[in-house]
Design a protein around this ligand. Sequence first.
Ligand code: ZN
Length: 428
Amino acid sequence: MERLRPRALRDLQLRRLRKTVRYAAERVPLYKRRLKAAKVRPEDVRSLEDVARLPFTTKDDLRDAYPYGVLAVPMREIREFHASSGTTGKPTVVAYTDHDLDVWRRLMARSYAAAGARPGDLVQNAYGYGLFTGGLGFHYGAQAFGCSVWPLSGGNTRRQLLFLKDMRPTVLACTPSYALYLAEEARANGYAPRKDFHLRLGMFGAEPWSEEARRKIEDGLGLRARDCYGLSELYGPGVAMECEEQAGLHIWSDEFLAEVVDPHSGEAVDEGEAGELVFTMLTREAMPLLRFRTRDLSALATDGCACGRHHPRLTRIRGRSDDMLIIGGVNVFPSQIEHVLLNVEGVGEWYEIVVDRDILDRLFVRAEVDPTFHASPEFDPGQLQQTIAEELRAVLSIWARVELVKPGSLPRSEGKAKRVVDLRKSLG
Ligand SMILES: [Zn+2]
């Protein structure tokens, strides 16, 4: 599958597309309605170009179907669930049958291979385990590929550094912002990564990052850093992976039919132009998705890659197509941050959120300590900072730099408090 010739790949995609459209029309009421409204019957799909006649699916559609409305199989055939944090407070549910888990595992194993991992590698997996798909996705893939895994999950940075030294992992899997954070903390804690660590490869994804970030992570941790791309709605990680040529990320197109459309009109953009990525899942059982709009902006390269794979490549993800506060590829609502701060004991009610971009987006949260707590003997600034950072990570899936300030030191305002400062906007 990994090295199918273009013609064979297209033939396979068309066979699978026809089958999945019929499957969705028969099993999912949403698609039955939408296809009927679009006046498309499954047998009308005769070429890959006909995908453009199918209705789009949006994240809102999945939210509206909360919790189980888009399942195409009876509950007893579901083996696993994951969920992504919703903006409305309710999670978006994703479900997997045995078949889906098997596909996901193989796509991830293939991603390890493309990135340059080898069977026998020891993987330190610092993606979050749990509802987030990153942890288990990298876990399953490592095992399927013949690696062993230390399932550290995210957080507890001191332990991560200890394991990097003592357990001698050769592959690190985590978000690029956390890799950068680990590199900084390693230095701050007296480690010499090139000497103390045995890392050869890093597999970093779940947020957009730059070539400068890549260089900094590679220098800081002494490894080759590769980019991976996925979305929880599309299994999770394992949709596309950067190969050793570093000429874009190969989309595993036997499972995902990719399109790039103008985010406003929904029309296809010209070949090679940037636009919103849209994916049709070609063999998904639990919840087939037709033309799923990712809101991620990228372009597609279809010329051959020197690695020998013909799967088309994504140029790097450039951000999201809507106007939310987007930090490192994650949609963040200030109310989520406020909610976390208000629930940590010892934090006062004044805070400030600053988003900046040096080589990648950074979130800074400045919070006042509660005056009573500040005066109490229990007050331990380091501990409080760490608690806040880990709580924010759990809710937002990104790491924030937390700074505690004395009670009364943040600017007060008489009207609506200006709590969010987005320094990136001044950069244009
Ligand atoms: Zn390649």
